[in-house]
Design a protein. Structure first.
Length: 178
């Protein structure tokens, strides 16, 4: 564990960035810890290799062009898109579930309220069979006022249907509640 603390300081030690007190402490640790000594020699070789590399200067105006492109990229994305992307990256699954639940609740409320409005008002009382218009009256009204039929044809059709199948015969076997 102590070696781990010193391994973290070795890079700064090689670069000469440690305080004099830490430098003495690291050097005394290196005499007793083989792992840190090996790591120190590896870091020194790596620093030596990098020191022989040629440092190339960027092309003239490179930094200005890079800065301009970075600023354009920042301005090009609208705030709301950046916010949406950030939120989706932070909370992708919970947000998905929340929106699905919200859609389900809204859909169910439309179904419920739509069903209620189609159902109509609750009946206030039972209509007695005697108050209901008779089938003959309704049927006669439809036939007599059919514009495709002349009045005599409608009357003939009505009397024919009434003679062939009386309404009461149609209701036999059904309990009307009366």
């Amino acid at each position: 564990m102590i070696g781990d603390r010193f391994k973290m300081l070795l890079s700064a030690y090689v670069d000469g960035e440690v305080a004099p007190g830490e430098r003495t402490e690291i050097e005394s640790h290196l005499t007793t810890c083989q792992g840190c000594s090996t790591e120190l020699s590896r870091l020194r070789r790596l620093k030596d290799l990098f020191s022989h590399l040629e440092v190339k200067e960027p092309a003239p105006g490179f930094r200005d062009r890079l800065q301009a492109r970075l600023e354009a990229a920042q301005r090009g994305t609208p705030f709301w898109n950046r916010l949406k992307t950030w939120i989706l990256e932070q909370f992708p699954r919970p947000l998905t579930y929340a929106f699905l639940l919200l859609a389900l609740l809204i859909g169910n409320s439309f179904i419920f309220w739509g069903y209620q409005s189609l159902k109509g008002p609750e009946p206030t009382g039972q209509m007695q069979l005697s108050q209901a218009p008779s089938f003959e009256d309704l049927y006669a009204e439809d036939i007599l006022f059919d514009p495709a039929l002349s009045s005599s044809e409608g009357e003939d059709l009505l009397s024919f249907n009434m003679e062939v199948t009386p309404f009461e015969d149609l209701l036999e076997g059904f309990d009307i509640g009366g």
